[in-house]
Design a protein around this ligand. Structure first.
Ligand SMILES: Cc1ncc(COP(=O)(O)O)c(C=O)c1O
Length: 352
């Protein structure tokens, strides 16, 4: 987390230790400020942001709230992250089926998607950047196919948003969900969802959180009647006043906005270039795309050695990378310098 976020977290802790300094109005102003920042990030009205606590939150909202009929089908990508698959699999008892596209090159292209859509397909749910390979879908062409076919495009932006720009005013997706604790530099237990307002209006989901129903009125006299027409706010995660999460995450998103996503993207791409050009391809198989620096994730596997052993060695030297499916995943972002990436590459290239 950026230093400003750590300061905001400390402030949230201070408020908890000194509750007399926590004004009731913060129950409204703190989540509102987060929505303002996310609205700016995605170029939509803050009123359209649903505060979540994960990527899964928004996916479950959609899976449980869409008006299904027996025989409806959800199209998924084989090998996608589990969070994109499981919420839909739970719809079996309603007669809703899941079907998988098996992409010929990591992620489906528009043609593969088009060929997989049937008259029963209602939703195509996919990750934007794949968690284990770094390959991404071509959002523009995939979204065009979905629009032409009348299929809802549900996008998981967890491994992309914060490093890639998503302008929802321009890009036609029907819903986006994301965790806040990856490329958006927030604490764990954060996330958001955006659902196109017409789509949101048609959800049939019983959610009536008492705090959302109070408008922004005083907390000393509670309304108990359900307020209709709350819009996206109806679906905010319970406990919107989770100050320890919302305050630092807001500070992180505001920080990213102040730096500008294009310049963060520029920095990240330079880090990626160092990885792609620096890693010894004789020693390592590079799973992620090498033809461009646009991926957020760099994934490699040692051709001869023990990848787990190499992972353990580099971790013990203070590098924070992940081991996924016996591959090393490197996710450099604005918290890294070029020198750090160069020294990681030098170290990796020393392993036989
Ligand atoms: C694409 C993707 N979606 C979701 C998650 C996590 O899901 P959630 O935020 O629901 O815990 C991850 C990784 O942890 C991920 O890589």
């Amino acid at each position: 987390m950026p230093r400003v976020a750590i300061r905001a977290l400390n402030e949230a802790v201070r408020l908890k230790i000194n509750p007399s300094t926590l004004d009731d109005s913060m129950f409204y102003s703190v989540p509102r400020r987060l929505k303002d920042a996310l609205g700016r990030l995605l170029n939509v009205s803050p009123e359209e942001i649903v505060i979540g606590n994960s990527a899964s939150y928004g996916l479950h909202l959609l899976a449980n709230g869409m008006p299904w009929k027996r025989g409806d089908e959800v199209l998924l990508v084989e090998g996608d992250f589990a969070a994109d698959i499981m919420p839909w699999q739970g719809l079996q008892s309603k007669g809703v089926k899941t079907r998988f596209i098996r992409p010929s090159n990591h992620m489906p292209d528009a043609e593969e998607l088009e060929g997989s859509i049937t008259e029963n397909t209602r939703v195509f749910c996919t990750t934007w950047v794949h968690s284990y390979t770094g390959h991404s879908i071509d959002l523009e062409s995939v979204s065009e196919v979905c629009r032409e076919k009348g299929v809802k495009l549900v996008l998981n932006g967890s491994q992309a948003i914060g490093y890639k720009t998503l302008d929802l005013n321009r890009m036609k997706v029907d819903a986006v969900t994301s965790g806040g604790y990856k490329w958006l530099c927030g604490p764990y237990g954060t996330g958001f969802c955006w659902i196109e307002p017409g789509f949101l209006e048609n959800l049939d989901y019983n959610q009536a959180y008492w705090l959302a129903m109070q408008g922004e009125g005083s907390l000393d006299e509670m309304k108990t009647g359900i307020v209709e027409d709350l819009g996206a706010k109806k679906y905010d995660v319970f406990g919107t006043a989770s100050f320890h999460n919302v305050m630092p995450w807001t500070a992180s998103v505001e920080y990213l906005l102040s730096k500008g996503l294009p310049s963060i993207g520029h920095h990240d791409q330079e880090l990626m270039r160092r990885l792609i050009e620096g890693i010894d391809a004789e020693r390592y198989e590079i799973i992620s795309p090498v033809e461009s620096t646009e991926s957020s994730i760099f994934v490699i596997k040692h051709r001869r050695g023990n990848t787990r052993e190499i992972y353990n060695r580099i971790i013990s030297m203070g590098f924070h990378v992940s081991l996924r499916y016996d591959r090393i995943r490197i996710s450099p972002h604005l918290y890294n310098t070029v020198d750090e990436v160069v020294s990681l590459v030098e170290l990796l290239n020393k392993f036989g």
